[in-house]
Design a protein. Structure first.
Length: 101
């Protein structure tokens, strides 16, 4: 008996489907939360290179963050980041989930 290409694909899909259905699926919100926690950048210890991984932060803003924390003894909360020249509320909100102290 000859099987068509389509028949082979259907047979393969039927064999794989039960295994995929049994696999635990992690909700997207949990995946996002885990990634955010793993990738969070500490504004009190991050290098300029790490800070440039943030949205809208280039070398000059990264250096400004480092200079601010040297001059003020580190950040006490994330909102204080807006005191750095070039960092406004919008930029802070775009990065808030990726930041930690």
């Amino acid at each position: 008996m000859k099987m068509s290409f389509l028949g082979v694909l259907v047979a393969a899909a039927l064999m794989v489907a039960p295994a995929l259905a049994a696999e635990k699926v992690t909700p997207q919100s949990e995946v996002s939360k885990t990634l955010t926690q793993m990738e969070a950048v500490s504004i009190n210890t991050a290098s300029a290179e790490q800070l440039t991984q943030l949205k809208g932060v280039g070398e000059s803003k990264a250096q400004a963050i480092i200079e601010y924390r040297k001059a003020h003894g580190g950040f006490k909360n994330l909102d204080e980041l807006t005191q750095v020249k070039g960092i406004g509320p919008k930029l802070l909100e775009q990065n808030r989930a990726s930041l930690k102290l």
